[in-house]
Design a protein around this ligand. Sequence first.
Ligand code: FES
Length: 355
Amino acid sequence: MSQQFYPIQVSDIYKTTADCSVVTFEIADELKETFAYKQGQYLTLKAVINGEEVRRSYSLCSSPIDNQWQVAVKKIEDGRFSTFVNDKLKAGDIIEVMPPNGRFFTEVDRKKKKCYVAFAAGSGITPIHSIIKTHLNQEPESTFSLFYLNQSVQSMILREEVEGLKNQFLGRYELYHFLTKEMRDAPLFNGRFTEEKLRTISEKIIDFDSVDEFFICGPTEMIFMIRDFLYEQGVDESKVHFELFGTPTKGGKKKVYDTNNKDVSDVSVITNGVQISFTMSQNGENILDAALRNNADLPFACKGGVCCTCRAKLVEGDAPMNLNYALEKEEVEQGYILTCQAIPKSSKIVVDFDS
Ligand code: FES
């Protein structure tokens, strides 16, 4: 997987709601293999905004079967990148894009008849729509039920696309809208998801025991509430897939370094076949930040333990992670770390980004 950025042209940009833009990228034929993706994966974009480099990851809302690369970017308050995309970016502009990444998918199996359920809220629909479109098109016997939460009908991202897909797959795609700022007759569909509502859904709409895979994307609290509810109901962890859009700690926690710790680590970082070595304090700084300070050109996006872009193999030494919302248990056992979260604890550290 390539983790470098490529200059990519924006071929189209339009508003799906008043504050959300859908951006289409023109991927040249020679880059199509590099940019091949799975439903549910994301792109990391980079731009210099007011003199500062900013990176953000956005889920692809298009499907790999479309031969198209599209992301939907919702403008958020004080969001530098989302404001740039919604207010400034236009068709014809060139923007730096890293090839697709992410693990929010299950493999398509054309011969399988699977029952899928998804919970999405707001812009959480973007990877979910890609997943639904791909599985329904490629698995002729599979079914999908989507529980989609929004404030109002007007604020629904990709509304036309979602409704269009439902109409295309009548009988295999059930769509249930939940709204927080518009009242409907059935109380179930008014307001956020709660444990009580999940129980009702499982009893009256779709028996969760019969579901093969669950996909969840939206605010962190919602994701964890649904995930924990499913675990409590005995749903196997391997069937529950979720995608975090932000760091659960809000990422705003100020880093505090232990200035009394005078221990140091000799760190070697291998990337693209080149080794970079430097010495860093064991005061709590993570390996990624120290390496970037030492001019290493390394892949990263969220810096919050969520996106996995900064993943590397710890070949030597000890560097426990503060947070990990991205690596699987097996990867951690194999020695992989999120370098943005890994804090050196031994005198020698070797980290391999090529492994
Ligand atoms: S940069 Fe996203 S997990 Fe490290």
